[in-house]
Design a protein around this ligand. Structure first.
Ligand code: SF4
Ligand code: SF4
Ligand code: SF4
Length: 299
C-alpha cells in the first residue's frame, strides 16, 4: 500500500497544534513510513495539492482563513479539524462577545501604552470577520481531534485510526471520569447554596494534591469538559480550564458547568467569583448558542 498524501494548514491560533505534531518525537518517524506530508506551514509550500487527508488547526477569523479552509476542502478527500481552535473556535473566540470595531480599537488604539495608534487597513491585510468560527461552521469536516493542543498520544492514535480508514474515536465522558483525584462529595446532592470555603488557587496555602479541586473550593472545569487529555493539568496540581471543550451532551460548556456547580456542590458560588463567561466559555464560545450561532453541531 502506498503512502497517504497529507497537507496541513494553519488558520487562526497560536501554532501550538503544529508544534504538538513535533512532540511525537520518534513516533513521527514511524508515522512518516505511512504518510507523505506534501504541504505544511513548516515546509512553506504555498499551493495546496490534492491530498487524501487535509489537517487544519486554528479557527476561522478572517477572509484568508476562510479562503484557505475552502481550498483545503476542495483539494482534500478528508478533513481533520485539529485542536480546540478548529473544533470549537478556541480561546480567541471570546472576541465574539464584542463588536469587531471595539475589538480592533482595543487592540490598536485604546491600549494604555499606545500613542496615536491606527487600525491597520490595506488590501494586503486579510479582512477580519465579524465573528470567530469553528472549522465546521465554514466547511464540512470529517474528523475531529480536540485539545489545546492534543497530546502526542491522542495525535498518534487519531492519525493511526485515520490511516486505517477508521473515524478517530474521541472520548465522550467528562474529565472527572478519568481524574485520579479523590472525589466523593461532589456526587452528593446538596440543597444549600453555600459560599464559605470557596477560594481561589492563589488563596489556598495547602492544596491537597490528592483531593478533588472542587471539593477544596477551587473552580475546576472537569465536570463540563471532555476527558482524553490524561488529566495533565489536574495531575500537575492545576485545576482544569476546559481546553478539551464540552462533552457531547453539553449544549454549552459554561451552562453545563454552572448547572454542575448549582446541583451537586456546596459551592455554587464558585463560578460567580470569577468571570462566568471567560471561565465557562473560554475555549468554545463560537460553538455555543450564545451570542450567535447558525447551526449547533456536536462532536
Ligand atoms: S488549539 Fe490551542 S494549541 Fe492549538 S492552535 Fe489553538 S490555541 Fe494553539
Ligand atoms: S472537578 Fe476537577 S479535580 Fe475534581 S474530579 Fe473533576 S477533574 Fe478531578
Ligand atoms: S486538564 Fe483540562 S485544561 Fe488541562 S489539558 Fe486537560 S482538558 Fe485541558
Amino acid at each position: 500500500m502506498g503512502k497517504v498524501n497529507v497537507a496541513t494548514g494553519h488558520l487562526q491560533g497560536c501554532f501550538g497544534c503544529h508544534v504538538a505534531i513535533l512532540d511525537l518525537h520518534e513516533d513521527l518517524i514511524g508515522l512518516l513510513e505511512s504518510i507523505e506530508i506534501l504541504r505544511s506551514p513548516i515546509n512553506d509550500v504555498k499551493e495546496i495539492p490534492e491530498v487524501q487527508l487535509g489537517i487544519l488547526d486554528g479557527s476561522v477569523t478572517n477572509t484568508e482563513n476562510r479562503e484557505t479552509a475552502k481550498k483545503f476542502r476542495e483539494k482534500a478527500d478528508k478533513i481533520l479539524a485539529f485542536g480546540t481552535c478548529a473544533c470549537f473556535g478556541g480561546i480567541h473566540g471570546l472576541r465574539n462577545l464584542h463588536p469587531l470595531n471595539d475589538v480592533l480599537k482595543r487592540a490598536y488604539t485604546d491600549t494604555e501604552s499606545t500613542l496615536d495608534g491606527k487600525i491597520p487597513a490595506s488590501k494586503d491585510i486579510p479582512e477580519m470577520l465579524p465573528h470567530v468560527h469553528s472549522l465546521n461552521q465554514t466547511i464540512k469536516v470529517d474528523y475531529y481531534l480536540p485539545g489545546c493542543p492534543p497530546t502526542p498520544t491522542m495525535i498518534k492514535k487519531a492519525l493511526t485510526d485515520i490511516l486505517n480508514n477508521r473515524e478517530p474515536e474521541i472520548p465522550t465522558k467528562n474529565l472527572c471520569h478519568e481524574c485520579v483525584r479523590e472525589h466523593h462529595e461532589m456526587y452528593i446532592p446538596k440543597r444549600e447554596f453555600i459560599t464559605e470555603n470557596v477560594t481561589t488557587l492563589m488563596e489556598l496555602e495547602n492544596i491537597d494534591p490528592k483531593k478533588c479541586f472542587l471539593e477544596q473550593g477551587i473552580l475546576c472545569m472537569g465536570p463540563a469538559t471532555r476527558e482524553g487529555c490524561d488529566s495533565r493539568c489536574v495531575k500537575g496540581n492545576t485545576p482544569c480550564r476546559g481546553c478539551m471543550g464540552p462533552t457531547p451532551d453539553a449544549l454549552e460548556q459554561g451552562a453545563k458547568m454552572i448547572n454542575a456547580l448549582a446541583n451537586i456542590l456546596p459551592a455554587g458560588g464558585l463560578m460567580f467569583m470569577e468571570d462566568v463567561v471567560g471561565v465557562g466559555y473560554r475555549y468554545a464560545l463560537p460553538v455555543s448558542i450564545y451570542p450567535h450561532v447558525k447551526e449547533k453541531k456536536t462532536l
